[in-house]
Design a protein. Structure first.
Length: 157
């Protein structure tokens, strides 16, 4: 019998060519709430997989404040919800260097319906120069239900 070993296709990582910012060394983070078991670092630092979760229900804010102005072309967000059906809304805002006000990048809603619809992944191509602050506001349940905000991953390149 003749046989040949073939290479299996590896999982295609659409972000493999992106060089993500090292937020740990170049920014500080302000948050409105955080669960001890799911700190904000778990969503912002590569290699940490548990993600962030608020300890309190309702709207939450994550604000990344850079030490020096940055140029950002990619924002990648990943949200997971395996426990309850809900419609979440998030708003991304930014403030540039020498600017006192925030500007909205986008506002989006997404419906989680476990066990089938449990993950939202967003990749935004942006052109943010002289970025000093990036803010993510999450309303975990727009119907006013008792849900805690979660963020699996936030990456900037």
């Amino acid at each position: 019998m003749r046989k040949t070993i073939i290479l299996q296709a590896t999982e295609n990582n659409p972000y493999a060519d992106l060089e993500f910012l090292d937020l740990e060394s170049m920014a500080q983070v302000e948050i409105t709430s955080e669960c001890e078991e799911h700190p904000i670092e778990a969503a912002l630092i590569e290699g940490m997989e548990s993600g962030w979760q608020a300890v309190l229900p309702g709207e939450q804010t994550i604000r990344i404040i850079f030490d020096q102005p940055q140029a950002i072309q990619h924002i990648i967000l990943m949200f997971d919800e395996h426990e309850q059906s809900r419609t979440q809304e998030f708003i991304l805002l930014y403030r540039a260097d020498n600017d006192d006000s925030f500007h909205e990048i986008l506002r989006q809603q997404y419906h989680f319906s476990p066990p089938t619809t449990t993950r939202e992944i967003e990749h935004y191509n942006v052109n943010l120069n002289q970025l000093m602050v990036l803010e993510l506001r999450i309303t975990p349940d727009i119907s006013g239900g008792v849900a805690c905000a979660k963020l699996k991953q936030l990456r900037l390149a």
